[in-house]
Design a protein. Structure first.
Length: 189
């Protein structure tokens, strides 16, 4: 488990890894117009993206905002597809290998092999264990309202800087975080 991330930018910045990020990003979304148009010239777009990232001229685009009314009213801020590919590449090659090994075993969200079904199975096993040992137990179910809207970007960047010592990676993360100019709140892509 790496404790810090250093000098990984050039080794992870390849056509194959960007194409892999594209394939993962379009999963179950291939019917959308934006992705169909991208697929028509995918190789060309990925090569252009690779050049922009190598030359450090890549700039993320502004988000488009819209509202979803089911099951409740929510504001969604969506990035362009090319930016989602960069996000996927960044997460898969830098963030996941660094942070997932540090999570406790009962972290389930967005971790391969640890989805909702595994969480339910583990919860049932823990309930049986608590019943057997103490004969009584309590379960607290909670949700933090507007959690992503309450994250301070400066604090998040300071936390990331402790473990990510690769300046190119940190510059890209900073660009992505500050594409929207508000100080607090992270957009979910």
């Amino acid at each position: 488990m790496p404790k810090t991330l250093r000098n990984k930018w050039n080794s992870c910045l390849t056509y194959d890894k960007l194409m892999e990020a594209h394939k993962f990003s379009k999963k179950s979304k291939g019917h959308r117009k934006e992705i169909i148009l991208f697929n028509l010239k995918a190789e060309e777009y990925i090569l252009n993206l690779l050049d922009e990232l190598k030359n450090k001229t890549y700039k993320p685009s502004m988000y488009t905002s819209f509202y979803v009314y089911e099951p409740k009213l929510r504001k969604i801020e969506k990035a362009k597809y090319i930016d989602r590919i960069v996000n996927r590449w960044l997460v898969d090659n830098f963030i996941k290998p660094l942070y997932i090994p540090k999570f406790i075993n009962t972290s389930y969200a967005c971790i391969e092999g640890r989805g909702m079904h595994q969480a339910c199975l583990d919860l049932q096993n823990m309930m049986k264990h608590c019943k057997r040992i103490w004969n009584n137990y309590y379960i607290l179910k909670m949700d933090v309202k507007k959690f992503f809207n309450s994250i301070d970007k400066e604090i998040l960047l300071n936390i990331l800087k402790r473990n990510i010592l690769d300046k190119d990676v940190m510059n890209l993360i900073t660009q992505i975080l500050y594409i929207q100019e508000r100080k607090v709140g992270i957009e979910i892509r």
